[in-house]
Structure formats: structure tokens, C-alpha cells
Ligand binder design. Structure first.
Ligand code: NAD
Length: 518
């Protein structure tokens, strides 16, 4: 048995801490109890704005990982039989508690991940919306029924799978765990969540709310760590499905390893999202939208726009984009005047700066250079201000790499066809967008572009939870997408039952060994 603490609410800091402040603990959550890991291996969590250590996250021990899976496996045996109405009631309660703790979750996201507070609230909101939608899946779980004949019927029910492992990235610490957790538990599954080792605080508050909502022990467990934790979750036979969101490098490995071990897997991966602007677009609407989509969250969104394709004369609009971007303020996420915060780690910043440098060597023209700029108070933070590279060609590093930073690459073309060709040649297919007032042009774009999520005058077209998150090609591995109907189908398996209730005497039945034909 691992060492237990009583279930507890941590008073997370609601602002930056001092270097001398004691780091707050990051517990694991097993059987509705917060436990302090017995691990000998811990990773520091730094506040990206100050680079002071704010917490330490353990590499969960083998014993802790074993307990997380086993308790989830045991809890599944009873949880699947809890009535759907009761499971729905738990989800209602969880939604209510998420609302009550909304800003508390957003605060810890700002502290550990660096995004600005309003954006962190958006992170919580987009997860909360999936949780709200999960309350209504009672209707979607109805299954189907057919009266085959007067004495025969076939019904199809969707049953839960068992233990679902959820492996999460750093950039949406609340939204991504909530893409899976509520749907999984309302549909009768149990879950083991592994938050990002760089930003686990939001998931820990969600764990606290799970316990407060009265959800039984073992239905939701949270463990931590890096590859050893992931390997345990994707190989253990008691885990029936894996949901992953993160980079291509980790996701391709996880998808292959999980499916090799007989599990369902859905893996949302990296991206390179293009925005195409046509000369008939509303210029100021476009300038505003591209700035938010390229530089918001310091570009650390999988749906960030990182490539602008200017068609024809719109290349002359780029100066407006530069002027607008110059006015964006980098700073602490707790400062309501900040437009973007720092990158998550010093190495993320170094990597982005190296890609910028290399792209300039390859012939890109730097129109706005965000390197070496810091807010006055936070000279140790991982800041990179908005950066714009022009005359970009598809073989340059800034185009090939997912930079995951506030760096916008601009490509000029003459026609919409050329823009579509560039997008379709890019290996990623997460999101894309067109700005135009032409119906036929948007129709041509939406029909011909091979990308899973398209916006028309919408820069970041993330679908609401009644749809699914439908990234495609190099941005997704699997058959069924996250949340919505596809998410529910992923988390459940069909069971058909064919019943015969003869109204006439059984003795009347003719003897036969041939295939029944009803
Ligand atoms: P990451 O791949 O580094 O980490 C994601 C998770 O995988 C973490 O929990 C991490 O511990 C684990 N992990 C990392 N390397 C691993 C390995 N070698 N083996 C096993 N597990 C490993 O991703 P990140 O940096 O946290 O997140 C940013 C990435 O996530 C970007 O590429 C972004 O585009 C992508 N993302 C995609 C979506 C989407 O919906 N498509 C949404 C958010 C983020």
C-alpha cells in the first residue's frame, strides 16, 4: 500500500512566488486519496515567467502505477453497473464544482504553464463544455433496437470498455484531461490520467473535484512521470484504451505500442496550420484575427496559425499585421494587460530562436524580431515576443518544423489554387482557415483542402463538443476522434443481442442444420 494523505485541497498560489518560497506539493491521486509519492526521482516544475521552482512532480513508482491500474480495474466492475442516471448526476456535480473552481484552475495554469489569465480561463471553459456535453450522453447511449419479426428482436447496446489511460500535453492542462475524463466516466469506464509533467496542477484540482463530487474511489486515478509511466499504461492488459494528445514523436510511438498491445488508441498530434487571405477579405477583421491566432498563448496551441498565405495583393497587408503585432504586450499571465506570456521552458525558447536564426540563413526575411525582448520585471522568463518571417519557402526550417512559439511565417502566392496546393502538401492536417467575402472561393477552399478542421473567417476553428475534434493526416492517428459522437464510440463497444420468443409451439419447428434465414 502506498503512503496516504487524507484527501486535501491545496492552496495553490494565485500569483508568482518568490525564489525562497517553499514549492507546493504535487501529489498523486489513487482511490480518491492524495498520496505523496515514494519516488526517488522528481522533476522540478518552473514558473515559466520567473523560472523559480514552484513544485516538484514525481516519476510515480512501479507500486503506485500498479495500484492506479488495479484500483481502476476493480472500480470498473461496479462502476459499469451504476445506473446511467446516477453517473449523469455525478457529472452534473462535477460540472458545478468545475464552475466554482474555475479561476482557481486558471490560476495554476498561469503559474505552471505561463499563458495569460483570460486565455487560461478559455482553457478551463473549453474543457468544461465537454464535461457539460457529457451530462447529455444518456440520449446518445440509447443504442438501437429492431423488431425482426413477430417473435424475434435484435438490440444493440454500447458498453464501456474498462480502464482508459489518458496521456496529456502541457499546453492545455485543464481542457485536454476534460476531453476524455467526463465522457469516459459517464459512459461507465474508469480512467487513469497522466498529466504533463510540466503542468499537472489543473489535473490535480480536477482530482479534488472528482472526490468532492462523490465519484467512487478508483473511477479516476492520477499518476505522474515520463516514459516509464506511459510505457506501463500503454502495455498493461488491464488498460483497454489510450487517449493521447501531444507531439508526433511521442504520439507515433504511443499509438504503435498501444495498438501492438491490443488497445484502442486515439492520438491527437502536432500541427502546422495555414491561414489564407484573399483580396476580398475584410482587412481589419483579418489583421485582428491573425494576430490572436498566431501569437495568443505564445503560439503554444495545436490550432495556432503559424503560416499566413497571402494571395495576390494581400501581401501588402502584412505591414498591418506587423504594426498590430508590435503593439502586443509580453508579460506575466497574471497581469491583465499582457497579451502573451512566456514559452513553457528555456529549451522551448532556445529551440524557437534557433529555428528563426536558421530560417534567416535559409533566406527568410525577418519583419518583426521578438528575440531578446523581456518584460522589465521578468528578465529570467522564457519570453519570445511576436516574430514575423516573410518570403518563406516550404523547405525552410520555419515551415518544416512545428515551432510552437509566437512565430508567423508568411508565404506569398498568386492564386487560391496555389495556396490549396501548399496546404495539401503539408504533412499535417489539424486546422486551416480562409478569410474571404466570396462564397464561391470559400466553397472551393473547403471542398478541396485536405484538412480536418476548416474555418471560414474563423481563425481557430475548434468545434464545440457536440461535434468532435477532427484533426486529420499527420495530426491524428486512430479512427475515432476525441469527444462528441466519435469520442463516445471510441469509449464504448457495441453488443448486439438477438432474442427469439416463439409464440407458437416449439415442437412445430422443422429440424434443420442450414444457416437460419429468419
Ligand atoms: P509531448 O509529446 O512532449 O508530451 C505529451 C505527453 O507525452 C506528456 O504527458 C509526456 O510526458 C509524454 N511523452 C513525451 N515524450 C514521450 C515519449 N518519448 N514516450 C512516451 N511518452 C512521452 O507534447 P507537449 O510538448 O506536452 O505538447 C505539445 C505538443 O502537443 C505539440 O506538438 C502540439 O501540437 C500537440 N498538441 C496537439 C493537440 C491536438 O489536439 N492535435 C492539442 C494540444 C497539443
Amino acid at each position: 500500500m502506498v503512503n496516504q494523505l487524507s484527501s486535501t485541497a491545496i492552496a495553490y498560489p494565485t500569483g508568482h512566488t518568490e525564489e525562497t518560497d517553499k514549492p507546493y506539493p504535487t501529489f498523486s491521486f489513487l482511490n480518491n486519496t492524495f498520496i505523496e509519492s515514494k519516488s526517488t526521482e522528481w522533476f522540478d516544475i518552473h514558473d515559466p515567467t520567473t523560472n523559480f521552482v514552484v513544485s516538484r512532480v514525481p516519476q510515480s513508482t512501479e507500486e503506485e502505477l500498479e495500484e492506479s491500474i488495479e484500483s481502476s480495474h476493480i472500480a470498473f466492475q461496479s462502476w459499469k453497473n451504476v445506473s446511467i442516471i446516477k453517473r449523469q448526476q455525478f457529472a452534473f456535480k462535477l460540472v458545478e464544482l468545475l464552475r466554482e473552481n474555475f479561476d482557481r484552475i486558471a490560476s495554476v495554469i498561469v503559474l505552471e504553464q505561463g499563458k495569460v489569465f483570460a486565455d487560461a480561463q478559455g482553457d478551463v471553459l473549453r474543457g468544461l463544455q465537454v464535461a457539460e456535453q457529457a451530462c447529455s450522453i444518456t440520449s446518445d447511449l440509447k443504442g438501437s433496437f429492431l423488431e425482426v419479426s413477430a417473435d424475434m428482436e435484435t438490440s444493440m447496446a454500447r458498453e464501456p470498455l474498462g480502464v482508459i489511460a489518458s496521456i496529456c500535453p502541457f499546453n492545455f492542462p485543464a481542457m485536454i484531461p476534460l476531453w476524455t475524463l467526463p465522457l469516459a466516466i459517464v459512459s461507465g469506464n474508469t480512467t487513469v490520467v497522466k498529466p504533463s509533467e510540466r503542468a499537472p496542477g489543473a489535473a490535480m484540482i480536477i482530482a479534488e473535484l472528482v472526490e468532492k463530487a462523490g465519484i467512487p474511489p478508483g473511477v479516476v486515478n492520477i499518476v505522474h512521470g515520463k516514459v516509464p509511466t506511459v510505457n506501463k499504461l500503454i502495455r498493461d492488459p488491464r488498460v483497454k484504451a489510450v487517449t493521447f494528445v501531444g507531439s508526433n514523436k511521442a504520439g507515433e510511438y504511443i499509438y504503435q505500442e498501444a495498438t501492438k498491445h491490443g488497445k484502442r488508441c486515439q492520438a491527437n498530434l502536432g500541427a502546422k496550420n495555414h491561414l489564407v487571405v484573399l483580396p476580398d477579405a475584410n482587412r481589419s477583421q483579418f489583421v485582428n484575427a491573425i494576430n490572436g491566432a498566431a501569437f495568443g498563448a505564445a503560439g503554444q496551441r495545436c490550432m495556432a496559425i503559424s503560416v499566413l498565405i497571402c494571395v495576390g495583393e494581400t501581401k501588402n497587408w502584412v505591414q498591418d499585421v506587423v504594426d498590430y503585432a508590435k503593439g502586443l504586450k509580453i508579460g506575466s499571465g497574471f497581469d491583465p494587460n499582457s497579451d502573451l506570456g512566456p514559452l513553457v521552458t528555456p529549451s522551448a525558447k532556445d529551440r524557437a530562436e534557433k529555428i528563426i536564426e536558421q530560417s534567416i540563413k535559409q533566406g527568410a526575411e525577418i519583419l518583426l524580431d521578438g528575440r531578446g525582448k523581456y518584460p522589465e520585471q521578468y528578465s529570467k522568463g522564457n519570453f519570445l515576443a511576436p516574430t514575423i518571417l516573410a518570403n518563406v519557402k516550404p523547405d525552410m526550417d520555419c515551415y518544416v518544423e512545428e515551432i510552437f512559439a509566437p512565430v508567423l511565417s508568411v508565404i506569398n502566392v498568386q492564386t487560391l489554387d496555389e495556396a490549396i496546393e501548399i496546404i495539401n502538401k503539408c504533412p499535417y492536417g489539424n486546422g486551416t482557415s480562409i478569410f474571404t467575402t466570396s462564397g464561391p472561393a470559400q466553397q472551393k477552399f473547403t471542398k478541396n483542402v485536405d484538412v480536418g478542421q476548416i474555418g471560414v473567417n474563423v481563425p481557430i476553428p475548434v468545434p464545440l463538443p457536440m461535434f468532435s475534434f477532427t484533426g486529420s493526416r499527420g495530426s491524428f492517428l486512430g479512427d475515432l476522434n476525441f469527444y462528441g459522437q466519435a469520442g463516445l464510440t471510441f469509449l464504448t463497444k457495441p453488443k448486439t443481442i438477438t432474442r427469439l420468443w416463439k409464440t407458437s409451439d416449439y415442437e412445430d419447428s422443422a429440424k434443420t442444420t442450414s444457416m437460419p434465414t429468419h
